[in-house]
Design a protein around this ligand. Structure first.
Ligand SMILES: Cc1ncc(COP(=O)(O)O)c(C=O)c1O
Length: 342
């Protein structure tokens, strides 16, 4: 039986062409700044997002965590959505690595407003309160079911940050998915942010890597923090080459993933044991099961049918489309969702 893995877009395997690009990549010692492929990837991402410099990182967690460490000091506070990856899924890193507290906003499927940010900012003259230092936006928002942000609202948040001396970071693990929906380019998305983390190993299908981009001083500091964290890689160009290949070949196809996710969402909504499906905007489908349904057991039953989904909280499941889900895999998944257990 063919397993259709819808748990995450991180499960993709590098294609043969991507592997060839990796094998052929010119490499050097990146800690000495001498890896031509890493340098090319960093220059490319910085150029796309309109920033001065960039840094290749082992993971999205690393690039987010470096950004927080550079923007904030121990005792500062980071403002983000309550479902933000930087808060929920980075091993407590925001608190442990940067010594920061978090102000959690209840957004609309991961998207909060400039007004909410303004209300969360502490009075800097009040010594009882942590110093508000950084706002972090996640686009697309994973726990929001792949929801996408309105760039105008981000500009309003930028204005609030400017008024209060806060930095603004974008966790763009799936920014290319979000841009495929709103049609705005990376220069437009980079503009309001001080730093952007872009993942290559999610929807773009590279095996490893994220790139952090920002101004020269910010990246120089992030490079130091990466080094002291043990994240300085040597002949990393083979990995960077996969990212370059993904930027050339795997961006245009993202809307196909989004269309397939829409079909999966509709099939899920048609099941009596599914209570609610979040609106599907990108490649992520998040559904709440009928009250009382054990999500672990529900997912286990689908696994027996060859369909792998992720438990996404009590009574919640997540399905994600990606490079490894083609039309025949989609048909198999749709068939199982429509018919199994009915
Ligand atoms: C929104 C978001 N940010 C950051 C990350 C972290 O990426 P990584 O798994 O490469 O550390 C993820 C991972 O899935 C994510 O979904």
């Amino acid at each position: 039986m063919r397993l259709i893995d819808l748990r995450s877009d991180t499960v993709t395997m590098p294609t043969s062409a991507m592997r060839e690009a990796m094998c052929a990549a010119p490499v050097g010692d990146d800690v000495f700044g001498e890896d031509p492929s890493v340098n090319a990837l960093e220059e490319r991402i910085a150029g796309m997002f309109g920033k001065e410099d960039a840094l290749f990182c082992a993971s999205g967690t690393m690039s987010n965590q470096l950004a927080i460490q550079v923007h904030a000091r121990p005792g500062d506070e980071v403002i983000c959505d309550e479902g933000a990856h930087i808060y929920r899924y980075e091993g407590g890193g925001t608190m442990a690595n940067s010594g920061c507290s978090v102000a959690l906003l209840r957004g609309d499927r991961g998207r909060f407003t400039a007004g909410q940010v303004r209300e969360a900012i502490h009075d800097p003259a009040n010594p009882h309160l942590a110093a508000s230092r950084l706002v972090s936006v996640e686009n697309s928002a994973n726990r929001g079911g792949g929801s996408t942000w309105d760039l105008q609202e981000v500009h309003r948040i930028r204005a609030v940050c400017n008024a209060h001396g806060l930095a603004l970071h974008l966790d763009g693990a799936r920014i290319f998915n979000a841009m495929a929906v709103d049609g705005m380019g990376p220069a437009a998305w980079g503009a309001p942010f001080d730093s952007v983390s872009v993942c290559l190993s999610k929807g773009l299908g590279a095996p490893v890597g994220s790139v952090l981009t920002g101004n020269k001083d910010f990246i120089a500091h992030a490079r130091r923090v990466r080094k002291r964290t043990g994240g300085g890689m040597r002949q990393a160009g083979m990995l960077a080459a996969a990212g370059l290949y993904a930027l050339d070949h795997h961006v245009q196809r993202l809307s196909t993933d989004h269309h397939r996710a829409t079909l999966l969402g509709a099939a899920m909504a048609g099941r009596a044991d599914v209570h609610h499906v979040m609106p599907v905007e990108t490649n992520i489908v998040v559904a709440s099961l009928a009250p009382g349904t054990d999500a672990q057991a529900w997912v286990a039953k689908f696994r027996e049918q060859g369909i792998l989904m992720a438990v996404f909280g009590p009574g919640m499941v997540r399905l994600v489309t990606h490079l490894g889900v083609d039309d025949s895999a989609l048909e198999q998944a749709l068939g199982a969702i429509r018919l199994f257990g009915k």
